[in-house]
Design a protein around this ligand. Structure first.
Ligand SMILES: [Mg+2]
Length: 390
């Protein structure tokens, strides 16, 4: 929390506006309740846990970043407890005194201090972009090539597992003109039950909405070979990570089968080397970009560049971030030349309370890039205190 950061001394403050050195880094775990249960193949959550990172520069400016997880170390190996521990013990000490505007150098210092830990690194790097942007009076997007758009189409995820509830939830989103693309989480049920559920959703919503399916690695190649053509038949536009992350050859074989809908790579692409392997294998039509996987906003751009070079389309992924993390994603998504599949940053809307004073704007099926310097958001200190884990 910023309150817990040491104040900049009068000596240091003399250089206000000029001293971009990293003066202090603090982290706090928060658990924010969600409006409904969110069920994936490997876990289900009723509260979303984040590590909020604040970085104070020598000029007195504070930046904020967020690392999101999903139900402990189940979606990937990082838990909020591990993220906080590694930030406090290894990543923060490696950065103190370095210049915040030397983002690549900060990334190299973090890589030297800790392997992987991409969510932890992404939260710190987001806070650096926020602090430097605020110092210079420019949005983080301006430091990443500049914004090409001020809003991104945003989907909603259906993940209660109960089709009647899901249809009703989707109808409310359509009615409010918030979302018209819906991603359905499958894999927690038996495949035949998920297919029946998808059949009901497609029949109810199909002509008014676009449906996407995410299996979160739940199926093997045989089950995928059976289910994918059925999903295509129902009009499903995209299927995300049907098989385990390691099985890139299976993704390629499935993709080559007639009747397979477009495939989206998620858990199989963390860094640009993974992206190169997936593109070279012809294993995906699109890739889900996430700060937690790619280690920061620069990492998102690196993976996106390899995807573009390999003819793989871009999809703006999320891990149920609050407006803090969603804003960081929007800053970099806005700079990508083609974001063919839009984004899925509905996270701020699934929380009972957001962590910023002014939530991001959702309107007309789009999510808007916040105006303002840095990430464009202001941390809600009261909400942070309320949900901070003690
Ligand atoms: Mg996914």
């Amino acid at each position: 929390m910023p309150d817990s950061l040491p104040q900049v001394s009068p000596d240091v403050a003399k250089g206000i506006g000029r001293d971009l050195s990293i003066y202090a880094i603090a982290s706090v775990i928060v658990d924010v309740p969600t409006v409904r249960k969110h069920k994936l193949s490997q876990t289900s959550v009723t509260a979303q846990s984040y590590v909020i990172v604040t970085v104070r520069l020598g000029n007195g400016v504070t930046g904020v970043g967020e690392a999101a997880t999903l139900g402990g170390p189940r979606w990937s190996e990082e838990s909020v407890e591990a993220i906080k521990a590694n930030i406090d013990a290894y990543l923060a000490p490696a950065l103190l005194g370095l210049r915040a505007d030397r983002f690549e150098a900060a990334g190299m210092a973090m890589d030297a201090a800790a392997k992987r830990n991409t969510a932890a690194k992404g939260a710190i790097e987001s806070a650096l972009f926020d602090a430097v942007g605020k110092t210079l009076g420019v949005p983080a997007s301006a430091l990443l090539g500049g914004a090409l758009r001020d809003s991104v189409p945003v989907l909603w995820t259906l993940a209660s597992g109960d089709p009647a509830q899901e249809i009703e939830e989707a109808e409310r989103k359509l009615e409010a003109r918030l979302h018209r693309t819906f991603k359905v989480k499958v894999g927690a049920l038996a495949p035949k039950d998920d297919m029946a559920r998808m059949g009901r959703l497609a029949a109810a919503l199909g002509d008014r909405a676009t449906l996407i399916v995410d299996a979160n690695q739940a199926w093997d190649e045989t089950v995928s070979a059976r289910c994918l053509p059925q999903l295509a038949e129902m009009g499903v536009a995209l299927v995300e990570q049907p098989v385990p992350a390691w099985n890139i050859p299976a993704m390629a074989r499935l993709r080559a089968r007639p009747g397979t809908p477009p495939l989206l790579a998620d858990e199989c692409v963390f860094d640009s080397h993974d992206m190169l392997a997936v593109a070279a294998a012809g294993a995906a039509d699109a890739v889900s970009l996430k700060i937690v996987k790619h280690g920061g906003l620069l990492g998102v751009r690196k993976v996106a560049a390899v995807a573009e070079a390999g003819g793989v389309a871009l999809y703006g992924g999320c891990l149920l971030e609050s407006s803090v993390g969603a804003a960081a994603h929007l800053q970099v998504f806005a700079t990508l030349r083609e974001l063919a599949w839009g984004c899925e940053h509905f996270g701020p809307q699934i929380l009972t309370t957001d962590l910023v004073t002014e939530p991001l704007r959702f309107a007309d099926f789009h999510l808007y890039l916040p105006a303002g310097a840095g990430l464009g958001i202001t941390l809600d200190e009261a909400a942070l205190r309320r949900f901070a884990r003690t």
